[in-house]
Design a protein around this ligand. Structure first.
Ligand code: BTN
Length: 241
């Protein structure tokens, strides 16, 4: 494990390294004072996921958040997509394994979810900053051993990794100006759902179809009968065959 000297030298922003916290996203929101900030924790007691889900966060996993002023965030509309690409590329570089992104931003190793990402916008004046900012939170399972039964079927782990090195790799990539076209291209190439039969809800209607891919805005294209649906948010489940 690289130590905190490594983080100080390589992270490029202030940080908090905590044993346990409710949620690194919550903590980053409370501590943000207008300049970039990172928060890491060995475990979370109230880890949060998308769509109001909780994120199981026992010791052994990797949990971190990066807060960035709105005006410094390159292509904020694509932050979620960019975060998925940055995490995926960092994991591939440091573990030598191949990963895929399940729309919107779960990272899969084979057919198992090993990482979830929650990007949130925080309007100015609601927290300690007059300016609006984004918090991008990443949770990675290194192993799914001992996970509750309801998570056992889907959750996986990436194996052992140097946490400090991974965090620096991801945050430095997030900070870097990158061509949005290139980001969406990689995102589409790494799509876990493309070609799969899925079910989803659109405008209150339960639907199913085959995923065609991802468009230039990072939206999911699904062929349902003769209709092409374009999903900009929500959840999609792979249909069991
Ligand atoms: C999801 O699976 O829907 C997203 C999960 C995001 C979890 C990370 S862990 C670090 C940060 N803190 C949180 O409470 N959530 C994110």
């Amino acid at each position: 494990m690289k130590d905190s000297a490594y983080l100080i030298q390589n992270l490029g922003c202030g940080f908090y390294s905590l044993k346990s916290v409710d949620s690194t996203n919550n903590f980053a929101k409370k501590m943000f004072l207008g300049s970039e900030l990172a928060v890491f924790a060995d475990s979370q007691t109230e880890g949060r996921g998308r769509q109001g889900h909780s994120f199981y966060s026992p010791e052994g996993g990797i949990y971190f958040s990066w807060a960035v002023p709105e005006k410094a965030a390159a292509h904020p509309g694509l932050l979620t997509v960019k975060a998925a690409v940055c995490v995926l590329q960092a994991l591939e570089k440091l573990t030598g394994k191949k990963y895929a992104v399940k729309w919107v931003n779960d990272i899969f190793l084979g057919d198992r979810k090993v990482c979830g990402i929650l990007c949130e916008y925080c309007p100015g004046n609601e927290y300690g900053s007059r300016e609006g900012f984004y918090v991008c939170g990443v949770g990675i399972n290194t192993s799914s051993e001992g996970f509750p039964a309801e998570l056992q079927e889907l959750a996986g782990g990436i194996g052992e990794i140097d946490r400090a090195e991974l965090i620096c790799e991801v945050i430095n990539a997030l900070r870097k100006e990158t061509d949005p076209v290139e980001i969406v291209k990689i995102y589409g190439q790494k799509s876990y759902l493309t070609g799969k039969e899925v079910s989803y809800v659109l405008n209150g209607e339960a639907k199913s179809g085959r995923v065609l891919g991802v468009n230039a805005s990072g939206n999911l294209r699904v062929l349902s009968g003769d209709t092409e649906d374009v999903l900009s948010a929500g959840e999609v489940s792979v249909k069991r065959v």
